[in-house]
Ligand binder design. Structure first.
Ligand SMILES: *Cc1c(COP(=O)(O)O)cnc(C)c1O
Length: 471
């Protein structure tokens, strides 16, 4: 399998070539040259596999430059009951006939980003060792991504993590989660500023190409193809749990921000998994809902981006969306480059015509909906009262939209993207209940903390990197 760029650069690259990279050189995102089709016999065979073995099969279709035995070992070391809490890894929880939650958030940081990031940790360590290289991961976080990256990379050889977060602004649980890590290769930098200051510093350091090369600076952002590929697996796992044969179809509702999670669903559907609808659920930051309703993709500025009670979906620009549009436009790299390389930066967006949007809904199965803080509270309360199940705020956005869009006879699977304990204040507001973290994590807030406070200053962060980077 080779990879190409959504903006037309067709230089064939292998999986290992793009594993450690971000954007393609022409500014596009990497996609496989084609989606391998899975036939009925294969689906029947995969239906009975354990999660890790299913992941080995799916990854094997996209990775041909890591020996099969090595890939199997890395994947089996990732998806274990010890790390993800159950043998099923992503078990379905039935709410009523035909409506299910799929638990993606039983990993170490209680959010679905662990599903991909844990594998990335194994793949990065393997590939870096194979090349005899080191990598210093620099990132900015307001919560979920940073902690998932730290828990995936802790103790990994050849890798250090430098995670910038706004000093004193993460939730108490998130701070405890990140700052209690004692691993020597994990560095928490608490920046005296807001999240945007953290992100600006990361951009400034990454734009200094000489510095970046000298200190081997890299990132783990959501456009990484390996992350997306790891997420394809749980769509198959959810489908198999909700059906008895591949004559049945299911729909998924996906709480969405950067369009990474639901893009993995799109890939699964392109491979032939019988998915009827992919329902994109947004919060008040409804860039994607607006697109699927109207055909207008209108990027928002940071002033127009609201802070909501489902903060991991507070995005103004969906970084993985370009992958889907490339497929929607019949894989026309020049057209995709015009939209994302010219119209988005110059005019703040673009509008697709009615025929193309009819294909997005028809051929590609997409639909969308949106949810507000009031919807979130009502949904959390209703799910608790009717089903005795507490859901987190992001999952609630999905569930609200799923209730509106479910069709009789078609099982609807809502992806549960975080556990309620991570967003306790809103759960309390909705139900009066204080959601507890899982038993193994209740002691976190009393552990000693390891972090360094730095001024919102690029030079200070560079100086810290020079002292602590892995050579
Ligand atoms: C990251 C995140 C999302 C959004 O996922 P995308 O892949 O960016 O669409 C939703 N919910 C939670 C809890 C998250 O951490």
């Amino acid at each position: 399998m080779k990879y190409l760029s959504t903006r037309g650069d067709a230089t064939p690259r292998g999986f290992s070539d793009i594993l450690l990279e971000g954007l393609a050189p022409d500014g596009g995102l990497y996609l496989p040259t084609h989606y391998p089709k899975v036939d009925g016999a294969t689906l029947a065979r995969w239906r009975t596999l354990a999660y890790a073995d299913l992941a080995v099969e799916i990854l094997g279709l996209y990775v041909d430059d890591i020996p099969a035995a090595d890939l199997r070992r890395l994947v089996r070391a990732t998806y274990t009951e010890a790390v993800f809490g159950t043998a099923a890894i992503t078990p379905l929880k039935r709410l009523d006939d035909g409506l299910h939650l799929q638990a993606l958030s039983n990993g170490p940081t209680l959010a679905f980003k662990d599903m991909a990031m844990q594998l990335l940790g194994q793949l990065f360590e393997y590939e870096l060792a194979r090349r005899g290289e080191a990598l210093n991961i620099l990132g900015a976080t307001s919560g979920d991504t940073g902690s998932a990256a730290e828990y995936a990379m802790r103790g990994k050889r050849g890798i250090s993590v430098f995670m910038l977060s706004p000093h004193g602004r993460m939730s108490p649980f998130q701070q405890a989660q990140m700052f209690s890590l004692q691993d020597a290769n994990i560095h928490n930098l608490a920046v005296e500023g807001v999240f945007d200051d953290c992100q600006d510093i990361v951009k400034a350091v990454s734009n200094d190409l000489a510095f970046k090369r000298r200190w081997r600076i890299g990132t783990v952002n959501s456009i990484n193809w390996a992350r997306l590929l790891a997420q394809v697996v749980y769509y198959f796992a959810g489908y198999f749990q909700a059906t008895r044969s591949d004559a049945e179809a299911v729909s998924f509702t996906v709480p969405s921000g950067n369009f990474g999670n639901v893009c993995a669903g799109h890939v699964a559907r392109m491979m032939g998994l019988p998915i009827r609808r992919l329902v994109v659920a947004t919060n008040e930051n409804d860039v994607l809902d607006e697109f699927f309703r109207t055909g207008a993709y209108r990027v928002r500025g940071s002033a127009e981006t609201q802070e909501t009670s489902s903060p991991s979906m507070d995005i103004s620009k969906a970084s993985n969306f370009e992958r889907f549009v490339f497929d929607l436009l019949g894989r026309d790299g020049a057209a995709t480059a015009r939209l994302f390389g010219e119209q988005v930066p110059r005019q703040g967006g673009f509008t697709l015509d009615a025929d193309t949007m009819a294909r997005a809904r028809g051929d590609f199965g997409f639909s969308s909906g949106r949810s507000t803080h009031a919807d979130r509270l009502a949904t959390i309360r209703r799910c608790w009262q009717q089903h005795g199940t507490l859901v987190d705020t992001h999952t609630a956005d999905g569930l609200k939209v799923a209730w509106e869009q479910r069709e009789s006879g078609v099982p609807m699977i809502v992806l549960e993207t975080a556990l309620p304990a991570k967003f306790a204040a809103t759960i309390r507001e909705a139900t009066g209940i204080d959601p507890e973290p899982p038993p193994g994590l209740r002691h976190l807030e009393s552990l000693p903390r390891r972090f360094t406070v730095v001024p919102p200053d690029v030079a200070a962060v560079k100086a810290y990197l020079e002292l602590h980077a892995t050579a």
